[in-house]
Design a binder for this molecule. Sequence first.
Ligand code: FCB
Length: 447
Amino acid sequence: MPDRFDLPVDFRWGAATAAYQIEGAVEEDGRGPSVWDAFCARPGAVRDGHTGAVACDHYHRYPEDIELMKGLGLDGYRFSIAWPRVLPTGGGAVNPAGLAFYDRLVDALLEAGITPLPTLFHWDLPQALEDEGGWLDRDTAYRFAEYTGVVADRLGDRVPAWITLNEPFVHTVFGYALGTHAPGRTLMFEALPAAHHQLLGHGLAASLLHERGLEVMLSNNLTPVEPASGSAEDAAAAAAYDALHNRLFTDPVLLGRYPDLSALGVPDDIFGAVRPGDLDLIHTPGLDGLGLNFYNPTRVAAPTEPGLPFDLVGIPDVPHTAFGWPVVPDALTRLLVGLRDTYGKALPPVTITENGCSVTEETVPDQPRIDYLAAHLDALARAAAEGVDVRGYYTWSLLDNFEWAEGLFSQRFGLVHVDFETQKRTPRASYAWYRDLIAAHRKRSAR
Ligand code: FCB
């Protein structure tokens, strides 16, 4: 059995999912519509017209899914809470039936010996808030804090640590700049107030959680950015992209300031969104952990046409996942060591809150996923050996699920295969591999 991943003895093993990607039951028990329900209804928005209306039907089948988690021997399970289940119109009246679902889920997880790690916002904004401007509207940050208070009051007695946001970069850029994800806005850099308001929401929620004695993390999608050549132009393009993808979401939280965004043509106050005092609210010196969602590095060249200040170029000569994402495990070591070097003492302990690889085929043998996970765990262990404080690893994902704009069938990320017609779950080869890996690490740690 794999015994070579030299990770800390109290390292935590987990798996991750998100509400809209697995729950289904979108019209049940008083859940309000989310931006993803509306986006899926747009012709052509999602591959094959798929939606998350049923997805893995986890809302009803969660006991079976917890059995699968138990079978893996997970320490923790990262899931997200659907804001529109709890507050169907985003704020105001609480929906007791929606809250009760998470209550049952948390109790069942604890009963199985698995620590719940909820994410408060994994992209399914209540549509009623989108109708008021969504994350472009400052008030959404305050509604997010209100929602955080409601769920923390209900679950905080049993849930020790919370993730505020999932990947504000991806949500801002795909959802508000490019329009390939909900809510489907195409504002290019003028989308960035949505980033600021998410970060403000994070800051407000973090204070509320800390006041209740709870731990707080933020999950960012980070990517090491490499210039395509040694030229000064490529280096400048890489720096501009790094500011947008990485620093915009980590500098304000860890250092209390935004990076220089002038190369993107974005003013210091992010088009008037940043008000005096906001950075003090966003800065979270007591952040208990940085959640890192890692999939691949990014290679960047100087632009060949006017428009964006960078071109994203491919990384040839490496394997690619079914999604077409380059597989470069060393980049994870570089990223982690780079974060430590950049942020020093301001960097909290890191937990990998997503990492995984999609396969297109329906099949249960999934050696490419095993290879991907093994190589990334090796890369993580190398970062740990270099002194980076890494605390846990939550693989994406427990189950095949609704992969956003890619729909249900084309990108399968699960350790467990899901037949979306019958809802039959079939553990893949990677499931047994991960189970044995966790057991081997535990055994070694107990010695
Ligand atoms: C991440 C998302 C997650 C999943 C993976 C593949 O960006 O956070 O929901 O879709 O990508």
